[in-house]
Design a protein around this ligand. Structure first.
Ligand SMILES: Nc1ncnc2c1ncn2[C@@H]1O[C@H](COP(=O)(O)OP(=O)(O)OP(=O)(O)O)[C@@H](O)[C@H]1O
Ligand SMILES: [Mg+2]
Length: 479
């Protein structure tokens, strides 16, 4: 008898022992045994649904009886009248070599085809789909998030041509450089630093806005899907809150219509900064987490037990009616070698059209079900303060202007927008302060006190009007 069959028999027996001891009688029987990458699933048909939770709660005792490190009791959608016990197989991963030992498997690109990203029980291939439209990969450090994202991107770029799929990558940890630099699918260079990341996210939103302006939806939808990827999303939100949050809300709410999708990863998307868009991220891949409550938060449902996974690419995939445990297939170097790269027609250049304010403002347009934050009142005089020196720091804004961080960022964003518009029509710097006041005050239906009734007033007003037109153009076409 092979080792695996012996193990399966032992597991099935220990279930029977516990059922007998706890008086779970009736026509319960082991109906299916399936092998996963690091666990064995033993499914028991439960004769009476009343005993289902009793049966689920027996998992830790069964583990003890079987001499197994961990047993997860779950109900899977494919076997709804069964309780499935997932017995963790004996094994480990050598941290030095990354190789698996004992009865643990490692899957690679050779084990999957096309859009396959990993294998579930009985080597059933689990594929990445753009449905639900936006995906998230979560889990504690070392749970395999970056590897999962790398696998998803590899499978996608193997399957779709650059005409069918464009990528925008934000990668603060440089996890993707070796794999994807120079790829023909990239619509912009891989972004690492906050300013590069803001540029890439803005670019993604610009594509959406362009497609929206041209009404490229429904049967007019462009052939090329765009996937915007954020690894370490919490770090990105920390450094670029306005733009990242705006982009995630905008693409989350409207991306699907225009063929623009999100793939984000982070350890724990639970703070305030995630609240406004997480309800759009419903294609979830959750690895090992710290506790049961985190599992509930991240999967959005109970009973998934992600705190009992083995880590290193052992994930729960949760999406609409899908709940499956999958071991992600590592990416082979050979798979990366055959990806299309270096097409001279696609030489990487930063995208030219950049209007970050549109991202910030766009977020305000989004029909958003999240709890929201109060919007910041824009004070024209304060905007004008930002024209004095090239850089008002956050500290200075707090001390001198009494502005909190978000207010500071919004005012600065307005100032940048105006400054660019001014430069574009060649206005002298000395005129900028009062003009800025006119413009912003006019937008809010207010009077500017300083010049009222003086000979300069009509001149400034006329300049301000010209600049207003220019700014409208900027908002429409970019700088
Ligand atoms: N599918 C897998 N199969 C085997 N080993 C894996 C798999 N995925 C990840 N690992 C192992 O786990 C290590 C950590 O994975 P990864 O860097 O993807 O984690 P992470 O969740 O991104 O962590 P962090 O939050 O620290 O960035 C990898 O170096 C690799 O050795
Ligand atoms: Mg990582």
């Amino acid at each position: 008898m092979s080792e695996i069959v012996q193990v399966a028999r032992k597991y099935a027996q220990s279930i029977q022992v516990l059922y007998d001891a706890r008086g779970i009688h009736g026509r319960h029987r082991v109906n299916r045994i399936a092998r996963g990458g690091r666990h064995m699933s033993v499914s028991v048909r439960i004769a009476s649904s009343i005993r289902r939770s009793d049966a689920l709660n027996l998992a830790p005792d069964i583990a003890l009886e079987a001499g197994c490190q961990n047993v997860m009791g779950v109900v899977t959608p494919d076997l709804p009248d069964h309780v499935t016990y997932q017995f963790q197989l004996p094994g480990y991963i050598d941290q030095e070599t990354g190789l698996s030992h004992g009865m643990w498997m490692t899957y690679t690109g050779k084990d999957v085809t096309g859009l396959g990203v990993g294998l579930a029980d009985n080597r059933r291939e689990v594929q990445f789909k753009f449905s639900p439209p936006h995906a998230g990969v979560f889990g504690s450090t070392g749970s395999g998030k970056s590897e999962t994202v790398r696998r998803i991107l590899t499978s996608l770029t193997k399957t779709y041509s650059p005409d069918e799929l464009g990528l925008i990558l934000c990668d603060p940890d440089h996890d993707f450089d070796d794999s994807f630099t120079g790829l023909d699918h990239l619509l912009a260079p891989i972004a690492h630093m906050p300013d590069e990341i803001e540029r890439n996210l803005t670019f993604g939103v610009n594509i959406l806005l362009q497609r929206r302006e041209q009404n490229l939806r429904g049967k007019n939808k462009p052939k090329q899907r765009v996937l915007v990827v954020l690894d370490e999303t919490a770090a990105i939100l920390e450094h670029s809150r306005e733009i990242a949050e705006g982009a995630l809300m905008m693409i989350g709410a409207e991306g699907l219509k225009y063929g623009i999708h999100l793939l984000i990863s982070t350890q724990k998307p639970v703070g305030d900064e995630f609240k406004r868009f997480m309800h759009h991220i419903l294609n979830r891949w959750v690895g090992l987490v710290d506790k049961a409550l985190t599992s509930v938060h991240l999967t959005g449902r109970g009973g998934m037990h992600c705190h009992q996974l083995t880590g290193y690419g052992d994930l729960m995939h949760v999406a609409a009616l899908v709940e499956e445990r999958v071991l992600i297939a590592l990416v082979d170097e050979k798979e990366l070698d055959i990806l299309p790269r270096g097409n001279p027609a696609r030489i990487e250049t930063p995208p030219a059209v950049l209007t970050p304010d549109r991202v910030i403002n766009a977020a305000a347009d989004v029909d958003d079900r999240g709890p929201g934050r109060p919007s910041v009142e824009i004070e024209p005089e304060l905007v004008a303060e930002y024209f004095r020196g090239p850089n008002v720091t956050e500290n200075e804004a707090r001390e001198r202007l009494d502005l909190k961080r978000r207010a500071h960022e919004v005012h600065r964003a307005w100032a940048v927008k105006l400054m660019k518009a001014f430069a574009a029509v060649g206005v002298m710097p000395v005129a900028i302060q009062p003009l800025a006041r006119y413009l912003v005050a006019d937008a809010r239906g207010q009077e500017v006190s300083g010049l009222v009734g003086t000979a300069l007033e009509p001149m400034y007003k006329s300049y301000a009007r010209q600049l207003g037109l220019e700014i409208q153009r900027v908002l429409k076409e970019g700088i």
